[in-house]
Design a protein around this ligand. Structure first.
Ligand code: ARG
Length: 568
């Protein structure tokens, strides 16, 4: 619909002024106040190009658009020029017909803007032998949603789980394992035991610093391919992956690549050579660094005194490799805010190396998650496992179902969709940078801006459809011109722009808020308009509208990674 209006404006600009703008799309607005039309074109920027007053341009365009309307199936009911704006009113019946057809015919909201383009998405990326904590849950959910959004827009998305599987911490773990644990315990307890060993090592090393030397020696052995060291490391990695996989399965999340930091360890020597050739490498106390004084940043460490690679250099090597392998248009890194400096340094280093695509690398930071109110049951002390949170959400959802709808069939599956959906939505319904306060009462509330509220709305629409006769025959959509139905259709019409906006801004909350607003409006429609017991023509058209709404609610929730149960 918007596209048609844009074409109309483009033609008019061509006819009257002989100009064509490449980005008319960016000028056309959808006014929130319905009295200002369905679409509006502010003529202020054009005024500069055309050296005419915006008022005159709006009037000239207005006359032309009104004149041309017959060629456009009478799409427009009226065009008005008001204070330098061209306001376009679409014929309601025409608008409804177009939007409803779009919703059902095409993969609504999708686009071709990403065709032929690749985006690399680096997210989740937990650290081996450490717990998958609530912060990793956030990057996982954000990355998953952004991946779905970009795929919807036609991009090829490479979902990369850049495992934290290399570094001195593995030296520490090997020492701790050999001193204070054994195979049987690790096999029994998994990550919990590895984490215990890691913490214990920290404590012991305080009074016994030589332990650090031992750990460093083991890490050096790893870097030199020592078999014993590597087989222990691989074992720790396998154990960790089994645990991470459980979380991914619960969330139905998959990756295209699990290539982590260890893969880049042996690519750092070539990087060092390149940096030397480009005269970017400086020796400092035995280590190799890139000086970033000129950019107000601390130096970027490339290799340590013993020549081993570090987080920064592995990230630079990874970016070069990804560019070469995937030819990405953009590469996104979803991590907590605290890594901002790290990515600024890495991106700057790549820029200094002369790679102009450094500007296609984006750090997507997010705020902290904290637990407010009630204490969450955890396996151990104050360490929060993502898995525990998801399990608790499911069990709370199950309790709610037992209370509200004990006869529901397939309660457990429904509880999974509700509980996990609630956690996801809570994480994604605000700007990423905002901190998240996790309170069970808010997360699992059935009223308010939550997944259960939206899911309930969806289930309600499904129940209406189940009760309505199949095969509606001829439907007279002009019955939907009343103001509440029309408002709902207009909301549906926004969806394609909402998806694009969320992608451009890297903000899933734009979709979450939209799903909520659409649900709200639907509930208003449901309470104010008779549906199943309305007159036949009206009934048929309203059922079509209900069907369109449920489709868009479900689709928008799926872009967040949330499933909607048919009944609840
Ligand atoms: N493993 C890191 C962590 O848990 C996150 C990695 C983010 N990605 C990257 N390319 N550095 O903090």
């Amino acid at each position: 619909m918007k596209q048609k209006v844009i074409h109309l404006i483009e033609h008019s600009l061509q006819d009257i002024y002989g100009i064509s703008l490449p980005d008319t799309e960016n000028y056309v607005e959808i006014p929130t106040n319905i009295e200002l039309g369905d679409f509006s074109l502010p003529c202020f920027t054009l005024a500069k190009t055309l050296k005419k007053s915006p008022k005159v341009i709006a009037e000239e365009l207005c006359n032309h658009v009104n004149y041309q309307n017959n060629d456009n199936d009478n799409m427009i009911s009226e065009a008005k020029a008001v204070n330098g704006y061209l306001n376009i009113f679409i014929d309601r019946a025409y608008f409804i017909e177009q939007i409803i057809t779009d919703v059902f015919n095409t993969s609504y909201g999708s686009s071709e803007i990403g065709n032929g383009k690749t985006i690399c998405m680096d997210y989740s990326s937990p650290n081996i032998a450490k717990n998958f904590h609530i912060g990793h849950l956030r990057t996982t959910l954000i990355g998953n949603s952004l991946a779905k959004i970009y795929s919807k827009l036609g991009y090829k998305v490479v979902r990369i789980n850049y495992l934290g599987d290399w570094g001195t911490q593995f030296g520490k773990l090997i020492v701790a394992y050999k001193k204070w644990s054994n195979k049987k315990i690790v096999e029994e307890k998994g990550i919990e035991e590895l984490l215990r060993l890691y913490i214990l090592f920290g404590k012991e090393a305080e009074s016994n610093p030589e332990l650090n030397d031992e750990a460093r020696a083991w890490f050096t052995k790893m870097e030199h391919g020592n078999e014993e060291a590597l087989s222990l490391w691989q074992w720790f990695k396998d154990i960790s992956l089994i645990e991470f996989d459980r979380v991914y399965k619960m969330l139905h999340i998959e990756f295209d690549s699990y290539v982590g930091e260890s893969f880049y360890m042996d690519k750092v020597p070539a990087l060092v050579t390149e940096l030397k050739n480009k005269k970017l490498l400086v020796e400092s106390q035995g280590a190799n660094i890139i000086n970033l004084d000129d950019f107000g940043m601390p130096p970027c460490l490339i290799t340590k005194k013993d020549g081993s690679s570090i987080y920064h250099s592995r990230d630079i090597a990874a970016a070069l490799y990804r560019k070469q392998t995937y030819h990405f248009e953009k590469c996104l890194y979803v991590t907590g805010m605290e890594q901002r400096l790290h990515f600024s340094q890495v991106f700057k280093a790549i820029e200094l190396m002369g790679y102009e695509w450094a500007s296609d690398l984006y750090h997507i930071p997010y705020g902290l998650v904290s637990m407010g109110g009630e204490k969450l049951s955890t396996r151990k002390g104050n360490v929060l496992y993502a898995e525990d949170i998801l399990n608790e959400a499911v069990s709370r959802a199950l309790n709610a179902i037992e209370e509200k709808n004990p006869d529901l069939h397939d309660k457990l599956n429904t509880a999974k969709k509700i509980g996990i959906g609630a956690v996801i939505f809570h994480d994604l319904s605000n700007q990423l940078i905002r901190d998240v306060q996790f309170k069970w009462d808010e997360v699992l509330n059935f009223d308010g801006m939550t997944a259960p509220y939206i899911q309930y709305t969806y289930a309600r629409s499904k129940s209406i459809l189940r009760k309505s006769p199949n095969g509606n025959g001829d439907v007279d959509l002009t019955c939907l011109t009343d103001s509440i139905s029309y408002e709902l259709v207009k909301k549906l019409a926004l969806y394609p722009d909402i998806v694009k906006d969320a992608a451009v801004k890297f903000e899933p909350y734009i979709i979450a808020r939209y799903a909520y607003a659409l649900s709200n409006l639907f509930n208003k429609f449901y309470h104010e308009c008779r549906i199943l017991n309305a007159d036949d023509n009206i009934k048929k058209s309203r059922i079509v509208l209900v069907d369109a709404v449920q489709k868009v609610i479900c689709d928008s929730m799926s872009l967040l990674g949330i499933e909607c149960p048919e009944e609840m």
